[in-house]
Ligand binder design. Structure first.
Ligand code: PGA
Length: 257
């Protein structure tokens, strides 16, 4: 039997949190992560103002941290924008780009997401590039076309060496925050499709995360799939016990089978 890949579980807090409750959550996650097998890596992506708090409370732990977006611009008179090197200044190692909420509510195009991924790489961080189809697109049989185009637009801008530094998260839009996760088989099928594209680019080892209503009771089955290397966790990442249970599920399947 083959050894499964190492797993990566990343929390996406979205626009949640306040200093006091963050401190409790971050300390619990840092402590709980210390008991996980070496084969599981854990991260949290917090709102920009809390990067300093994440740095202060997670430094020296096994939990890495980062942002949920960056500007496509580098520096200058762009009120309200946050550049990737600013995120890096706080000891971050991660930045999500192309989350479907940004694509939908901020009209981010595939092209813009690709530029953001470049900015994140230039800052020495790992971009977590999110991809996913809507329910209508899935029903129309367009899932592979949609996620394939989203991924290809990013890959077209990168060398194979740069592409190898990505993390890709498949997050079907209909599964996010809905309580209706993709089935393990649905997710695996899309991951296998994305894996083939990454292999063709010379980046077959890129971790492929699944996101969309991952909970303690469905995480292990999802993480058992051969092309699912972990999860991007929204709602459940706000509760230390749920998030750590999901990390534990990753640990349970990331040892030799
Ligand atoms: P969810 O969100 O786990 O709350 O469905 C996942 C995400 O949007 O990253």
């Amino acid at each position: 039997m083959s050894k499964q890949r190492a797993k990566l579980v990343v929390g996406n807090w979205k626009m949640h949190g306040r200093l006091a409750e963050n401190a409790v959550l971050l300390e619990a996650v840092a402590q709980g992560a210390g008991a996980l097998p070496e084969s599981v890596r854990v991260g949290v992506c917090v709102p920009f103002p809390y990067l300093a708090q994440a740095q202060a409370l997670l430094q020296g732990s096994r939990v890495t941290w980062g942002a949920q977006d960056v500007s496509a611009l580098t520096e200058g008179a762009y009120t309200g924008e946050v550049a990737a090197p600013m995120v890096a200044d706080f000891g971050s190692s991660l930045a999500i780009v192309g989350h479907s909420e940004r694509r939908a509510y901020h009209r981010e195009s595939a092209e813009l997401v690709a530029v953001k991924a470049q900015r994140v790489l230039e800052a020495g961080l790992t971009p977590i590039v999110c991809l996913g189809e809507t329910a209508e697109e899935r029903d129309a049989g367009k899932t592979e076309q949609v996620v394939g185009e989203q991924l290809d637009t990013v890959l077209a801008k990168l060398s194979s060496g740069e592409a190898a530094r990505l993390v890709v998260a498949y997050e079907p839009v209909w599964a996010i925050g809905s309580g209706q996760s993709a089935t393990a088989q649905q997710a695996q099928d899309v991951h296998a499709f994305l894996r083939a594209r990454l292999v063709a680019k010379g980046a077959g080892e890129v971790p492929l995360l699944y996101g969309g209503s991952v909970k303690p009771d469905n995480a292990e089955e999802l993480f058992r799939q051969p092309d699912i290397d972990g999860g991007l966790i929204g709602g459940a990442s706000l509760h230390d016990q749920d998030f750590l249970a999901i990390c534990g599920a990753a640990g349970a399947v990331s040892v030799t089978q």
